[in-house]
Each structure stands twice: as structure tokens, then as C-alpha cells.
Design a protein around this ligand. Structure first.
Ligand SMILES: Nc1ncnc2c1ncn2[C@@H]1O[C@H](COP(=O)(O)OP(=O)(O)OP(=O)(O)O)[C@@H](O)[C@H]1O
Ligand SMILES: [Mg+2]
Length: 358
């Protein structure tokens, strides 16, 4: 977590802002009577990307179109009318460098020295161009019985941070902190649960695959096979335009009846590609850890694909559920009928907002 405003006393609520490829999600979180509550939320979807693939809010080239993004943010904020302008933003994993290293067990001071000495090996940019953070995320004994500690090193290019600061300034927001999206997601849907969990966030442009244990991020991968790939496969398989393909996907998912058989046969190969990446992450984790991955939590808009949890469960032979960030917070009763559908989309934004309260 990269903090920019350190002494903040008394802000009543915070905005968690997730700027995705195709949508902006905002969750306003405040403290309820006994636990944090979602006081408001906003989602702005941009459909431009369906017609023109380059028309995305966030692109893989580490760039966000600053002015345009700020304008879109202002649109959502005008509707949301938040009670605060303090906001945290999530950074997609593809904009960050995330590495897990193992070091012998040693004092915190020695660990700090060793990590900073070795940093340049793990970060492909000069130290002056990145903001680096590291955390101890676990301890274990290796095969020879030596005590080891696991250190997660994360870094974000300064250039990227500056872009977010610009966007937020333009939108009239105060950027309080910036966090890699997997960390927000873990807080929202896995919490400090000791069960090693595979988190699969199926977005529009990429799928983020993370492993969490006791609330810590242990591994992070990503793949370009994503919700958008499913739509593309349907569009070319049925020879229809992408908008129609997107509608069909959302309407029928994998659960279409007779006659919709073709739709699921078009979707399966792409889902299998995501699953094969998820399996790679799982194998990597299981190989290095005594306590194996026991469950899968799905999130991102793609987790709304009807039947996707059962499909993951069957193909990976692990229990799979769609993550529900709303189980950890209070929310206005009026949104009760929608929380199931909103959960996957809002997970990262809620996790970010929650950071100030748990
Ligand atoms: N009901 C649904 N069924 C199937 N797919 C859905 C459904 N609702 C949304 N999606 C898909 O979810 C994707 C958007 O998810 P999300 O909002 O998490 O993406 P994003 O955060 O903008 O993208 P990224 O994380 O890749 O930058 C789109 O591909 C969309 O088609
Ligand atoms: Mg996303």
C-alpha cells in the first residue's frame, strides 16, 4: 500500500476507486454501528471498447487516458454525491511488479537491509523510477529444515503513480493511497482466512489470478484470456456483432437450454484457457507449500457468467464460489436484491474502501 496522505484524522468515509479497462467502480465506505458499511456506490460502464478495441479506459500499455478518465470519474461522482473527497485507487497487477522471495529467517532490521540490497534483481526498472514496498507474508522450513521467511516485493512505476495523481486532481479528489488490486480483492472476499485460496478475477481485458493465505498475497499472475475473449469468441463463432454477443453472454452464460448449446461450446475453450492458467498458479503454489490450495473464489464482472462457478469446480476439482464482499459489511437495505450481482463487480472497490476501517 502506497500512502500519500499520512495524517488523516476524522474523515468519516473513504472512496475506493477501481478503474478497470471498461468501467469505473466506486464504493464509499464509512463506519457503521459495529462494522464498516457501504454508504454509496457507483458504476460507470463504457461500451466504447466493444466497438473499438482501443477505446478502453485503462490499457495494458501501462497508460490511462488521464483527461478522459478524470471526466468519467467526475460523471460518476456527480451522481454519487459522496460525503468525502478522500479516495484510494487500485492499480492493476499488469502495471506493477510483484515477486515473492525467500530469505533465511533473520531480524527485521537485517531483513530490511538484505531486501534493499537485493531489490535491483527483482525490479526491471531503476530504483529511482519505482515506488517499492515489501511485506513479510509467511514463514516456513525448507526441505533441509532451514527456517525461511517469505517476502513479497511489490513496486509500481512512479510514472504510473503520477498519472493517477493527475487524474484524481483533475477530478477534484484527494488521492489518499494506491494499492495493487489483488490486495484490495483479498481484503474484500478472502479476509484473514488461513485457507490457501485461489482468487480468479475475470475482467474485461485480463484475468488476474492470485493466491491468498491468512490475508496475505502469496502469488500473482495474469492472463489476457478474459471476459472480453469470451465475447469475441461468441461474436466470431455466431457471426454476430460484439454488442449482441455481449448481450447473449450475459443473458445465457453457460446455462442456456436446448438450442443454446452452441453458445456454451464457444465459451468453454476460452474458460479452459483461463482455468489452465489458474491450474498453473495452483501447481506452483502447491509444489512449494505444505498446506495446499483448498478453494477458489471468483470475482470481476466475468464471475457473473451464469454457471461459471460450477464449471471451475468441476474442471479444477476444488470448491468454487463467487466472492461476496457484502458479507463483510453493512449496506442500505434497498440494495439487498442486487448485492449478489453487484458483488463480483464491486469487490476491488469495496476492498479498497475497507482498508481504512479494518
Ligand atoms: N452477467 C454477466 N455474464 C457474463 N459476463 C459478464 C456479466 N456481467 C459482466 N460480464 C463481463 O465482465 C467483464 C467486465 O468485468 P469487470 O467490470 O470486472 O472488468 P474491468 O475491471 O473493467 O476490466 P479489467 O479488470 O480487465 O481491467 C466484461 O467482459 C463483461 O462482459
Ligand atoms: Mg478489473
Amino acid at each position: 500500500m502506497f500512502n500519500f496522505i499520512k495524517s488523516l484524522i476524522g474523515a468519516e468515509s473513504y472512496l475506493g476507486i477501481d478503474i478497470g479497462t471498461t468501467s469505473i467502480k466506486i464504493a464509499e465506505i464509512s463506519m457503521g454501528q459495529i462494522r464498516p458499511k457501504l454508504s454509496n456506490y457507483g458504476i460507470l460502464e463504457s461500451y466504447g471498447h466493444l466497438d473499438r478495441l482501443n477505446d478502453a479506459i485503462q490499457t495494458n500499455s501501462l497508460k490511462i487516458a488521464e483527461k478522459e478518465t478524470a471526466e468519467l470519474l467526475k460523471l460518476v461522482l456527480a451522481k454519487l454525491k459522496p460525503k468525502t473527497n478522500y479516495a484510494s485507487v487500485s492499480v492493476p497487477s499488469f502495471s506493477a511488479f510483484i515477486t515473492l522471495i525467500e530469505l533465511p529467517k533473520m531480524s527485521d532490521a537485517d531483513t530490511a537491509k538484505t531486501v534493499s540490497f537485493q531489490l535491483s534483481q527483482y525490479i526491471p526498472l531503476p530504483a529511482s523510477e519505482v515506488a517499492v514496498e515489501w511485506f513479510k507474508v509467511g514463514e516456513k522450513s525448507d526441505e533441509k529444515g532451514f527456517d525461511k521467511q517469505e517476502i513479497l516485493i511489490t513496486s509500481i512505476p512512479n510514472e504510473q503513480i503520477k498519472r493517477y495523481q493527475n487524474v484524481f486532481n483533475l477530478a477534484g479528489l484527494k488521492l489518499k493511497s494506491l494499492e495493487i488490486e489483488s490486495l484490495s480483492l483479498i481484503r474484500a472476499v478472502a479476509g484473514a482466512d488461513p485457507t490457501p485460496t485461489l482468487l480468479v478475477d475475470i475482467g474485461a481485458r485480463s484475468t488476474n489470478i492470485a493466491v491468498s493465505e491468512k490475508g496475505f498475497l502469496k502469488y500473482n499472475y495474469q492472463t489476457d484470456f478474459s471476459g472480453g475473449s469470451l465475447t469475441q469468441a461468441i461474436a466470431s463463432g455466431l457471426n454476430i456483432n460484439v454488442r449482441r454477443a455481449e448481450e447473449l453472454k450475459k443473458q445465457k452464460g453457460l446455462l442456456g437450454g436446448r438450442g443454446d448449446y452452441e453458445l456454451s461450446t464457444l465459451i468453454f475453450p476460452l474458460l479452459d484457457a483461463i482455468i489452465s492458467e489458474a491450474n498453473r498458479a495452483r501447481e506452483n503454489y502447491d509444489k512449494n507449500n505444505e498446506h495446499k490450495i483448498e478453494r477458489i473464489i471468483l470475482s470481476g464482472g466475468g464471475a457473473n457468467l451464469l454457471g461459471v462457478d460450477k464449471y471451475f469446480e468441476k474442471q479444477m476439482n476444488l470448491p468454487a464460489v463467487v466472492g461476496s464482499p457484502f458479507s463483510k459489511i453493512d449496506y442500505p437495505p434497498a440494495i439487498d436484491p442486487f448485492v449478489k450481482d453487484l458483488g463480483p463487480t464491486l469487490s476491488v472497490a469495496i476492498g479498497l474502501g475497507l482498508r481504512e476501517f479494518i
